[in-house]
Design a protein around this ligand. Structure first.
Ligand code: 8QM
Length: 395
C-alpha cells in the first residue's frame, strides 16, 4: 500500500477556481489519490476512482458534510441537508419522500408552458441579436419556471440565487469567497427559511407535496421544511450555470450547434454532454468511515476527501478527446450529476429546462457565437459564469 503523493496545488485559490481545467492534469497524473497540503485533505481526480468513491457510500460518507468542514469536529454552516449531508438510513427515508414528489409524471403538465416561456424569451433575444446569455437567459428562464413548480411565494424570490451562491461557497474553506457571500447571506437565509414554511407554500406545488408526506407521517413538519430547503438550495444556481455552459459549449463548438439543428432529437443528449464537458458542481467532499485503499494508495479513516467531478469528467483515461464537446458522444458514467445513492434528485427538472430551451433555440436561431470573452463568477464549488456575450442570427 502506498502513500499519497503530496501536492501544493490549492483547489480553492482564485487561479484554480478561475480555470480548474488547467490544473486537472496535474491532479490526475500525480496518482489515483493525492494529499493536498493546502487544506490537509485527500483528493481524487481520476474518473474510475471518483466514480468508485461515489458508489461506496458506506466508506465515503456524506453525513460528516460534503464540504471541507468535518461535521464531527466543526459546526455546520447551516443545519445539515437531510439528503445531501446524510447517510442511510435517514437518507433513504428522506430520499424516497422526495423521489415521490420530484417525478417525471408531475412535470408532464408543465412542459407546454415551459416551452412557451422559453420561446418568448428566445424570441425577444433573437430580435435583439446580441445579449448576455447569463443575465438575459440562463438566470431568467429557470427563475421563470422553477419557483412556481415548487409553489414559492412571489415576494422575495431575488434571494434565491444569492442564497445558492452562499451555500455552494460554504462547501469550501472559509476563504475570501466564502466571507463575501456569507456577509450578505443572512437576509437570504431568513427569507429561504420562511419560504419553506407550510403556510407560505402554494397548494399543488412540490413544496406542498412534501408537507403532504409529513401529513402521512413519513417525516416531521421540521423535516418537511428542511426538505423544501433542498429544492431551493440545489435547484437554481445549478441549472442557471448548467444552461450557461450549455450555451457556451454550443457557441464555441458551432459544428455541434449545426448538428443539433439538423438533428433536434439530439437535444436530450446535449445536456449530459455539456455536464460532462463542464460540470457545474466541480467538487464535493466525502469523509472516510474507515481506512480504504484507492488505486493502491492508503487513505486513513476519518479523512476528508475532495472528489474532483469536473476532472473525472475530462479524464483522458476514460474519455476520448475529453476537451471536445460532442453531442453524439456516449456520456454514460459521467459524474456531472453525481453517481450512486446521492445522484441528482432534480435532474428531470434540469433536463426539461434544457430540452425546451434548446427546442426554442433550434426553432428561432440559425447561428450562435460568442460576442466577447465570457466572465467567470468565482465560487468554491460551482463553475459559474458572470457574463456570456452572445450574438445570434435568426432563422
Ligand atoms: C448540490 O440542500 C441540499 O439538499 C442540497 C444542496 C446543494 C446540492 C444538493 C442538495 C448538488 C447540487
Amino acid at each position: 500500500m502506498g502513500t499519497a503523493p503530496c501536492l501544493s496545488i490549492d483547489p480553492f485559490d482564485e487561479a484554480f477556481l478561475a480555470d480548474p481545467y488547467a490544473h486537472h492534469d496535474a491532479l490526475r497524473d500525480a496518482g489515483p489519490a493525492v494529499w493536498l497540503e493546502a487544506w490537509h485533505c485527500f483528493g481524487i481526480a481520476r474518473h474510475a476512482e471518483v466514480q468508485s468513491a461515489l458508489k461506496d457510500h458506506e466508506i465515503f460518507v456524506s453525513g460528516r458534510g460534503v464540504g471541507l468542514a468535518d461535521f464531527a469536529r466543526e459546526q455546520p454552516w447551516r443545519p445539515p441537508s437531510l439528503l445531501l449531508e446524510t447517510d442511510p438510513p435517514i437518507h433513504d427515508r428522506t430520499r424516497s419522500i422526495m423521489n415521490k414528489v420530484a417525478t417525471l409524471a408531475s412535470l408532464r403538465g408543465v412542459r407546454a408552458a415551459w416551452l412557451a416561456k422559453a420561446e418568448a424569451i428566445v424570441e425577444e433575444l433573437t430580435e435583439r441579436r446580441t445579449f448576455d446569455a447569463v443575465t438575459d437567459l440562463a438566470e431568467i428562464f429557470p427563475l421563470s419556471v422553477f419557483p412556481d413548480l415548487i409553489g414559492l411565494m412571489d415576494e422575495g424570490r431575488e434571494h434565491l440565487l444569492p442564497y445558492g451562491m452562499a451555500t455552494f461557497n460554504a462547501f469550501g474553506p472559509r476563504n475570501a469567497l466564502f466571507e463575501e457571500t456569507n456577509a450578505t447571506a443572512a437576509p437570504a437565509a431568513a427569507w429561504i427559511a420562511s419560504a419553506c414554511e407550510r403556510s407560505n407554500l402554494k397548494p399543488g406545488g412540490w413544496g406542498w407535496a412534501v408537507y403532504e408526506a409529513a401529513d402521512r407521517g413519513e417525516c416531521s413538519e421540521e423535516e418537511a421544511a428542511r426538505l423544501v430547503r433542498s429544492f431551493l438550495s440545489a435547484g437554481l444556481d445549478t441549472t442557471v450555470n448548467g444552461i450557461g455552459h450549455l450555451i457556451l459549449a454550443l457557441a464555441t463548438f458551432p459544428d455541434q450547434w449545426d448538428k443539433l439543428r439538423a438533428r433536434p432529437e439530439l437535444a436530450k443528449r446535449a445536456l449530459d454532454e455539456s455536464l460532462r464537458w463542464d460540470s457545474t458542481a466541480q467538487t464535493f467532499f466525502r469523509t472516510t468511515s474507515r481506512q480504504v485503499e484507492v488505486g493502491g494508495v492508503t487513505i486513513p479513516a476519518d479523512s476528508k476527501v475532495i472528489l474532483f467531478l469536473g476532472a473525472a469528467n475530462r479524464d483522458p483515461r476514460k474519455w476520448d478527446n475529453p476537451d471536445q464537446f460532442s453531442i453524439e458522444r456516449a456520456t454514460s458514467g459521467h459524474v456531472g450529476l453525481g453517481f450512486g445513492i446521492h445522484q441528482c434528485l432534480g435532474q428531470m427538472v434540469a433536463r426539461l429546462e434544457s430540452e425546451v430551451l434548446l427546442e426554442a433555440l433550434i426553432s428561432l436561431v440559425r447561428s450562435m457565437r460568442l460576442n466577447g470573452p465570457p466572465l467567470r463568477r468565482l465560487n468554491n464549488t460551482l463553475h459559474a459564469l458572470e457574463s456570456l456575450p452572445i450574438v445570434v442570427t435568426p432563422n
